[in-house]
Ligand binder design. Sequence first.
Ligand code: GDP
Ligand code: MN
Length: 388
Amino acid sequence: MKLHEYQAKDILGKSGITVPSGQLVTAADQATKATQIINGPPWVVKAQIHAGGRGKGGGIRLVQYPYEVVTATESLLGNKLVTPQTGPDGIVVNQVLIEEGIEIDREYYLSMVVDRSTGCPTMIFSPAGGMEIEETAATSSELILKEHIDPTAGWMVHNARNLIYSLDPPLPVGAIRPLMSVMGSVYKIFMTLDCTLVEINPLAVTKDRKVYALDAKINIDDNALYRHKELLQLDDTREKDPLEQMAEKYHLNYIRLEGNIGAMVNGAGLAMATMDMIKMAGAKPANFLDVGGGASEDMITKGVEIILKDRRVKAIMINIFGGILRCDVLARGVVAAARKTGIRVPLIVRMEGTNVEEGRAILRDSELKFFVARDLAEAATLVAKQVS
Ligand code: GDP
Ligand code: MN
């Protein structure tokens, strides 16, 4: 689950990190009032979407006059913002954060992730903070400092020292203590909220050596959300794919992809192998869908319905190994969905395993048209042929 910048800053602020004062607005007529409450000029008007790179896409405006706060808010709200991270379609801006503008002396980058190679929570720190951090990571990786944290020992002062004292030029002396405290808080937030990412970029140091989190990103591990019921209300679902939301509701593992072959499979490994086979046959999957081992007839029906709701889908491939999920249950679910939704594309079925004969008979006896493939390779070839 991704948090918006204003939500992440609220969490940072509560744990003692200095953030600029700000006001969230959802309509342009609230902007004038915000300028009366928030220190300025200058003000910073910031689009709240679940994607970074907003500065490069025009979603962050540094302005000097109250009327500019209003016009900037007006031009962002309700419109799509395209950034290097949103994809070409962009994302609609529903909320704007108006903040006091801070005069930046230096910009640093600070984040916490789990490093996959060591499996350790890892703090990443860089003196090259700001909008070019991705380029810096690619071209001058010596400017990206990393510190692995032993989770059994927890955060130690020497972790902060290792990062801060490798800086060249050194950090302004007055900023060392506040930065150490920010680092400790970031580690604590990361661990206690089961985050997959806490990122502050830029972490700004001002001329008077104050340290501000000017931007903030927090992502929470979905699998740990059951431990954080208080965070569920922060979930802004407006940016989520509606089909993925529907799948989530029925406990189906569904991810939308770019192609036009709908795929329904049981088991994540088999689903990945199926996507490979579709690609090898020269076509592209429209989705990943793992209905899981113990899927019910109803879940199968919902799965097929979701695939059929995707208007790009030109053919569907069903690849089921009947183990715990029996082939007859699968067949009934598919037939029910096809009847309910009115199937308009060819359906290629490959199934093996428990009750396979019964399953095939159910497909045969329905008046619906299925291609039944003998094996996975034949199914992939058949389905690719439908869209070539
Ligand atoms: P992002 O592009 O989505 O990461 O959005 P940011 O919130 O990081 O804003 C982009 C850039 O705007 C930052 O890297 C800063 O350089 C600049 N910026 C953001 N807030 C302030 C501020 O209060 N004062 C100044 N001078 N610049 C700011
Ligand atoms: Mn940023």
